[in-house]
Ligand binder design. Structure first.
Ligand code: F6R
Length: 238
């Protein structure tokens, strides 16, 4: 029930630390890396791109993908991952839900079957302002596996910065479920910026509740939270 909190206010040092955790995992034999998209991950992926790390013998598994955006759309997570990481640092096999599918429900099932055939050694997570992890919005069951979600207005608004207008933000996505995420051996959550404070406050000091999905991580046992929010460096035991 322990969350290791690493509070680092200097952003460069924070990402250097995230990079060193990843590197350490790789050095000690990690093979399957769970990856995330979003603004929080961009500096970390830049760090990796500029490093000598080689992931060609590792596999990557992404958390989520929009439904209905062509892979070639610059805001598809397929394109995001290519641009920020895979074009420079190819992985052996890269798994992402197929957002172009005509049958998203089937695709979610297929992705979950793939996930069950792998063991994710380290899962990277960002967190939404409303506490979502992956695209598991408030109210998602902690027993959920990969599924199709309707994005909340708050998430669509938060992501509108990457699109021309909010109307261009897709309304649906396929996401690993909370139970799927919790199967990872270790989780590294990165939360940067004041907008993430309520979610991290809830994780560190609040009740475990499906209304704030990130609080499920208290049940995991091997979670590192890396943040610039100035919370006290400590190990949080329930
Ligand atoms: C992305 C993902 C999301 C983001 C979250 C934070 O794959 O699953 O949960 O991690 O929305 O996004 P940013 O980093 O843009 O604040």
């Amino acid at each position: 029930m322990t969350i290791q909190l690493l509070s680092i206010q200097n952003i460069d040092q924070l990402y250097e630390k995230a990079f060193s955790i990843l590197k350490e995992q790789q050095n000690t034999g990690a093979k399957n890396f769970g990856l995330a998209t979003g603004g929080t991950m961009i500096p970390l992926y830049k760090y990796i791109r500029n490093s000598a790390l080689d992931f060609s013998h590792c596999n990557s598994v992404n958390l989520d993908e929009y439904v209905g955006l062509p892979k070639s759309h610059p805001q598809s997570y397929f394109s995001f991952m290519r641009k920020h990481l895979f074009n420079t640092k190819p992985f052996g096999i890269t798994y992402l839900p197929n957002g172009e599918t005509a049958n998203p429900e089937e695709e979610a099932k297929r992705y979950e079957t793939t996930l069950k055939s792998l063991e994710i050694d380290l899962q990277l997570l960002g967190v939404g302002e409303n506490g979502h992890i992956g695209f598991n919005e408030p109210g998602t069951s902690f027993t959920s596996e990969t599924h199709v979600v309707t994005l909340t207005n708050s998430t669509r608004k938060a992501n509108a910065r990457f699109f021309h207008t909010i109307d261009d933000v897709p309304r649906k996505a396929i996401t690993m479920g909370i139970a799927s995420i919790m199967r990872a051996k270790q989780i590294l959550l990165i939360a940067v910026g004041a907008k993430k404070r309520p979610a991290i406050q809830a994780l560190l000091h609040g009740e475990i509740t499906e209304m704030i999905p990130v609080t499920v991580l208290k049940k995991h046992g091997n979670v590192i939270v890396l943040t610039d929010l100035g919370f006290k460096n400590t190990n949080h035991d329930d």
